[in-house]
Design a protein around this ligand. Structure first.
Ligand SMILES: [Zn+2]
Length: 252
């Protein structure tokens, strides 16, 4: 009789060995909104052994169009997202150890929140803490997957300290604060697409399938649809102040 994970174990490069590896792994999901909820659900269903779910907020009615972990009762009670998410994920896969943490990720608690993890999912909704996360992951040597979504578009990036450019390499001046979901909104399909791609990269990291990882930054637009991978080039500039990475000049 097929087991719970048989269908994914059939994927080349996964197998029972990969599954065992996942079950021995820990992932931290920072932010449990439209991105984090879907990412966490996919990782839980895939059988990642331990998930730490971090969000300071409570469920509200205007979350429900895109935040698939929550229902009307959660919004009516203004349930803390971390606890509501853990309840929902537990019903999807009771084998996963879930830690609900109602807290905001910041410099003062960052190291504690990331303790013991193998990968970090950046599903945060503001630029500034992402750069805190970038610095911390560089210090701890932790791989992480950045996803961001606004309106009907988003971006995805895998950062492996010491191997790939970091977030500061891509955005030396920090992120532009002008294009925000507070102003431009966000649609459910955009959050779900980016979250699925994000979970996909995290699973590759946990399975050690580095050769299959996204190499550049994936820019996704859904209205109208386009997927574009941008490769990192920063020719003739100073090394990154955060990670020291310097892209090799292109051959003429
Ligand atoms: Zn860098």
């Amino acid at each position: 009789m097929p087991g719970r994970y048989t269908m994914q174990e059939r994927l080349a490069g996964w197998g029972p060995e990969g599954q065992a590896r996942l079950e021995g792994s820990t992932a931290v999901v920072l932010g449990l909104g439209g991105l984090g909820g879907t990412t966490a659900m996919l990782l839980a269903r895939a059988g990642v052994g331990r998930l730490r779910l971090v969000d300071p907020d409570r469920v509200a009615l205007d979350n429900l169009h895109r935040q698939i972990l929550y229902g009307e009762a959660d919004a009516a009670q203004a349930a803390p997202k971390a606890q509501a998410a853990a309840r929902r994920l537990a019903s999807a896969n009771g084998q996963v150890r879930l830690e609900a943490v109602q807290a905001e990720f910041q410099e003062s608690n960052g190291a504690e929140l990331l303790q013991g993890t193998d990968v970090v999912l950046d599903c945060l909704d503001r630029p500034q803490p992402r750069f805190v996360l970038n610095e911390l992951c560089l210090k701890l040597g932790l791989p992480w997957v950045h996803a961001g979504v606004v309106a009907a578009q988003g971006q995805l990036l895998v950062v492996r300290p010491g191997t790939t450019p970091c977030l500061r390499c891509w955005f030396p001046g920090g992120a532009e604060p002008s294009f925000t979901s507070a102003e431009h909104g966000v649609i459910g399909p955009a959050a779900s697409v980016l979250a699925s791609l994000q979970a996909n990269e995290a699973l590759k990291l946990l399975l050690g399938q580095d050769q299959a990882l996204l190499a550049g930054m994936l820019v996704v637009r859904l209205w109208p649809p386009s997927f574009r991978e941008v490769r990192f080039h920063r020719v003739g500039q100073e090394p990154c102040p955060a990670c020291g990475y310097q892209a090799k000049p292109l051959r003429p």
